[in-house]
Design a protein around this ligand. Structure first.
Ligand code: GLN
Length: 447
């Protein structure tokens, strides 16, 4: 039934890159058998899940939506995929993304353009646009996405679903194809907050294969989710309600704040003074790390190698020139520049220092409030092709999401209304490190 629906609807939405019908049916039968034999089943038994195609799945192609990995079949599962399987979920396929997760619209995929299920002339956001569109169009019950600068929350907002970026270190990155290692995190994209809580409970926790993954107990995130917001202090960051914020988004967020007040929360105006530098800092740090991480795609070990090559230099050069798309090349060049000798101090080092100031802004604010509430994206979904030739404008899509990645705190986007054109709007809630339980409770009380 579900696959029939996918075949019918996804010919328009284009959220999947690979479907794994055969294994999905095999797994479903296994679970049926367990149930018939009264054996215990996992927390996600029988739930169809879609996985972003930059997360490694054993024996199932993982392309990162890049030509360079067109034929790459991982010999192992990412930690999170292993966890999904252990809890008996059914992985139905791999979803589209901006190549190597670089983008905010899923238009940078080398394979297809995913469309927003609410209006197919509009982008689903990115880079986890395939996962968000699949959940939004009821083609998967849940999905995994990845974030470096907003790639779970922004597409979730634009597609009217829930997207959660965990604290850096809450979820193992083992098996996530690295973009920017100090920023990357995997997280849930779901229909509602309790599903996000359930999925996070499954994928979070220590993993010996990722040394940045914290050895901190994973609470049952569903437990206590209904605790409400009475007496909770919500910080409203002045800098997030400034120029560039769409009027419909502003109205939806203002209305949401009123709902929180009615539910018993206290609103407090706060300031995050270094917000204006976040996008600039991000594009230095993320590109620098990406240029280093992507150096492994050289035509030797993974995927694509150019034909008719004479010598090793030509192999590197042509495999990468032909294998990578334009946005990836732009980022590798910018990143190499920022790291090159003589420029390192001026760019990367400076950016790292400002990153610390951004982090300190949050530390100060969380001494006074329980959470921060603000828009997820300054605008609702934009039209396909509208921003693709203007990278700077595209980069500004992440202005409200990037600070959480730079500082490492958790954040969730939940649907909070619609624009006049009928496109979804997302509300963002941020809490201090490892306070996902509190964040989910605040998000849940809004639903
Ligand atoms: N849109 C941002 C970028 O292009 C963030 C991407 C992400 O979070 N993976 O880098």
């Amino acid at each position: 039934m579900l696959f029939e629906r996918i075949f019918k609807i996804d010919s328009n939405i284009q959220s999947f890159l690979t479907l794994d019908e055969e294994n999905a049916f095999k797994k479903a039968k296994e679970i049926d058998k367990k149930v018939a034999n009264h054996e215990s089943v996992g927390l996600l038994a029988g739930i169809p899940i879609a996985v972003k195609d930059n997360i490694c799945t054993k024996d199932l192609t993982t392309t990162c939506a890049s030509k360079i990995l067109k034929t790459f079949i991982p010999p192992y599962d990412a930690f999170v995929v292993k966890r999904l399987k252990e809890e008996d979920s059914i992985i139905i396929g791999k979803t589209n993304l901006d190549e190597f997760a670089m983008g905010s619209s899923t238009e940078n995929s080398s394979y297809k353009i995913t469309r927003n299920p609410y209006n197919q002339n509009f982008v689903p956001g990115g880079s986890s646009g395939g996962s968000s569109a699949a959940v939004s169009a009821d083609l998967a019950f849940m999905a995994l996405g990845s974030e470096t600068g907003g790639s779970i929350r922004q597409p979730a907002a634009l597609c009217g679903v829930v997207g959660l970026k965990p604290t850096y270190g809450r979820v193992s990155r083992f098996g996530l194809v690295a973009f920017s290692s100090s920023l990357d995190q995997i997280g849930p994209i779901t229909k509602d907050v309790s599903d996000a809580a359930l999925l996070l409970s499954v994928i979070a926790g220590k993993d010996k294969n990722d040394t940045t993954c914290a050895d901190i107990n994973v609470p049952d995130y569903l437990n206590g989710i209904g605790g409400g917001v009475k007496g909770i202090k919500i910080g409203i960051p002045r800098e997030y309600f400034a120029e560039g914020l769409d009027a419909d988004v502003r109205t939806a967020v203002d209305n949401s704040l009123k709902i929180y007040e009615r539910l018993g929360a206290k609103l407090v105006e706060v300031s995050l003074p270094h917000t204006e530098y976040a996008v600039a800092v991000y594009y230095i740090v993320a590109n620098a790390e990406a240029s280093s991480n992507l150096s492994r795609f050289d035509g030797v070990r993974y995927g694509f190698r150019a034909n008719n090559i004479k010598g090793i230099d030509e192999m590197y050069c042509r495999s990468r020139s032909e294998g990578f798309g334009n946005e990836v090349k732009r980022r590798v060049m910018l990143g190499n520049y920022a790291l090159s000798s003589g420029y390192y101090e001026a760019y990367y080092l400076k950016a790292s220092k400002v990153r610390n100031l951004i982090k300190k802004d949050f530390d100060t604010v969380f001494e006074k409030v329980d959470c921060i509430v603000c828009p997820t994206s300054p605008v609702p979904a934009f039209k396909i092709a509208e921003r693709i030739d203007n990278p700077l404008e595209m980069y500004l899509s992440d202005i409200y999401t990037i600070p959480a990645n730079l500082s490492g705190i958790p954040s969730i986007s939940i649907p909070c209304g619609f624009s006049k054109e009928g496109l979804p709007i997302g509300l963002q809630i941020l809490t201090n490190y490892f306070e996902e339980a509190k964040m989910l409770q605040i998000a849940y009380s809004f639903e």
